[in-house]
Design a protein around this ligand. Structure first.
Ligand code: ATP
Ligand code: MG
Length: 556
């Protein structure tokens, strides 16, 4: 159907055609992270894209660690990456692979190229290689070692493997074309000497393959049909194709590039996040201000909100940047019906109901979510003294202020109508207590006689309230000024974290578990902090406020 073709993204169209033309029978995709940092929202896009395609075509999805560069890689990152992908819901079943498991095959592949006269050992230094490479406008020059015999190359390469050379002393290069307009094709280095301990293979190897050589081999060994990567690899595709062709794989994988996901004024790159972590500017890789997957999870984002976000972003061939507000829109939509509501007062001031009998308490039954009756009801204690938000009272209100002020009647949400009768102040003129009377006939917050109140405010019973810490977040980057300062440093927002230590929440929240989220009425969606929250000292992260002027971009 024509409509269907139009709505399929360009990658699906390529795969459809490959299947139609019999170029592949099944589809196999992979997600190939380098374990040198935590995954971020951009990786989530790649994971969900690859996993989604495998599902759509009833194919396979491989989880493969691209661990060919031992300098920056760590087991900690392997574990965090697995946890993040599992949490996102991309199931690799038993298809977990490590590129380092193929080091023997990669070595054999290099030997094969040498034997075909397609690779040579080069003694030029890294600097010399760069100088010989030429520029975009000038062709490169052949290395003086380019014409070594196959026998000599085989012997030298074996010596490289056997540890006879220092780092940088010799490299193995593909023999392609120093005059190619594509610099990646100018006899690229494919193996280097590096005396390093690998986190999985230990000291077995002192030579390691370069990415452009290793990656197509990894894909081919695993039977990957469509190797999806980001646009910066477009110029490397001829080399990818050269490698799988020269190594004569019967079913060569196909590389397809798509545009990276960027968020406007948000740092996503592993390098930058790492720097924020190492400089102690944030509380680890999962600091809720970051957009690593671990951070989004800790902040209170759900896998389905991230999926929705990625879907809305779409798959494209040109780089662009998406507003963070779209991510916020997705979590709001997701939690709107799923999250229970709760009352929490972030900046408390005491309200005393003078005509409420001393010593009396009662329990009010309230809906967990008015918009979703399936979430049931809960009981909220009420008493003579409650906390309300400081901003819900004003001594001298401006016009149109509908909350508490002397003489005004408002509704305590789900409880009673109350009328403000007075207030107390300390020596500094700060209001300390507000007084009111209540109308016992208005139980449940319903008008007894049809009279109307214009304001409804939330509250927490002072006798039963649980003290909590609440953390509010803003973008870690000062959005007004953009991501970078002139000297290249990040433009940090000094207000990115606000910690409120004197908050009161309703006692039902004592039962909340790590990662549980709630709508604190009028204040936003909040999530129990998985790292710092304890029953004695509950901590809530604000995921997102309730309202936004954000509008979804109209879809093409
Ligand atoms: P970064 O430097 O942004 O942290 P990376 O590309 O170095 O990321 P890898 O571990 O090499 O991270 O990436 C694993 C996979 O995720 C690759 O296929 C890569 O193309 C993809 N990927 C990385 N960043 C993004 C992004 N912003 N949007 C979509 N895919 C991405
Ligand atoms: Mg990388």
């Amino acid at each position: 159907m024509e409509n269907e073709t139009i709505s399929r993204n360009f990658i699906e169209q390529i795969i459809d055609k490959d299947i139609e033309e019999g170029k592949c029978e099944t589809v196999c995709t992979r997600f190939p992270p380098e374990p040198n940092g935590y995954l971020h929202i951009g990786h989530a896009k790649s994971i969900l894209l690859n996993y989604g395609l495998a599902q759509e075509y009833h194919g396979k999805f491989n989880m493969r660690f691209d661990d060919t560069n031992p300098t920056k890689e760590k087991v900690e990152f392997v574990e965090s990456i697995k946890a993040d992908i599992e949490w996102l819901g991309a199931d690799w079943e038993d298809r977990l692979f490590f590129a380092s498991d193929y080091f023997d095959q990669m070595y054999e592949a290099a030997v094969k190229l040498i034997k075909k006269g397609k690779a040579f050992v080069c003694d030029l230094s890294a600097e010399e290689i760069r100088a010989y490479r030429g520029t975009l406008t000038e062709p490169g020059k052949n290395s003086p070692y380019r014409d070594r015999s196959v026998e000599e190359n085989l012997e030298l390469f074996e010596n490289m493997k056997n540890g006879m050379y220092q780092d940088g002393e010799k490299v193995l290069r593909a023999k392609i074309d120093m005059a190619s307009p594509n610099i990646n094709m100018r006899d690229p280095v494919i193996y280097r000497v590096a005396h390093m301990t690998h986190h999985r293979t230990g000291d077995k190897w002192c030579i390691y393959p370069m990415y452009d050589f290793a990656h197509p081999i990894e894909d081919a060994i695993e039977g990957v049909t469509h190797s999806i990567c980001t646009l910066e690899f477009e110029d490397h595709r001829p080399l990818y194709d050269w490698v799988v062709r020269e190594l004569e794989y019967p079913h060569p994988p196909k590389q397809i590039e798509f545009a990276k996901l960027y968020l406007t004024n948000v740092v996503t790159g592993k390098r930058y996040i790492k720097k924020l972590v190492e400089d102690g500017i944030v509380d680890g890789w999962d600091d809720p201000r970051l957009v690593s997957i671990a951070a989004l999870r800790r902040r209170g984002f759900t896998p389905s909100s991230i999926k929705k976000f990625v879907e809305l972003c779409g798959i494209s061939k040109s780089n662009s940047s998406v507003d963070y507000a779209m991510l916020e829109y997705c979590i709001r939509e997701d939690l709107k019906l799923k999250a229970s509501r709760a009352m929490a007062v972030l900046d408390p001031i005491k309200l005393v109901i003078d005509n409420y009998p001393e010593g009396q308490t009662e329990e009010l039954e309230v809906d967990n979510n008015m918009e979703n009756p399936e979430l049931g009801k809960r009981v909220v204690p009420f008493g003579r003294e409650v906390y309300i938000e400081r901003e819900d009272f004003m001594e001298e209100p401006p016009k149109k202020y509908r909350r508490l002020y002397p003489g005004n009647e408002v509704r305590l949400m789900n409880a009673y109508f109350v009328t403000c009768t007075g207030f107390e102040k300390d020596e500094d003129g700060k209001v300390t207590v507000v007084h009111c009377t209540y109308d016992p006939e208005s139980r449940g917050g319903n008008s007894p006689d049809g009279r109307k109140v214009r304001g409804t405010i939330h509250w927490v019973s002072a006798a039963d309230a649980v003290k909590a810490q609440v953390r509010l977040y803003e973008n870690i980057i000062d959005e007004e000024k953009g991501v970078y300062n002139e000297d290249g440093s990040l433009n940090l927002n000094p207000n990115s974290l606000t910690v409120l230590d004197n908050c009161y929440v309703e006692p039902s929240l004592l039962k909340a578990k790590k990662y549980d989220s709630f709508q604190f009425v009028r204040n936003g969606f909040f999530c129990v902090d998985a790292k710092d929250s304890t029953p004695e000292h509950p901590v809530f992260n604000r995921i997102v406020s309730l309202k936004s002027s954000y509008k979804l971009p109209t879809q093409a």
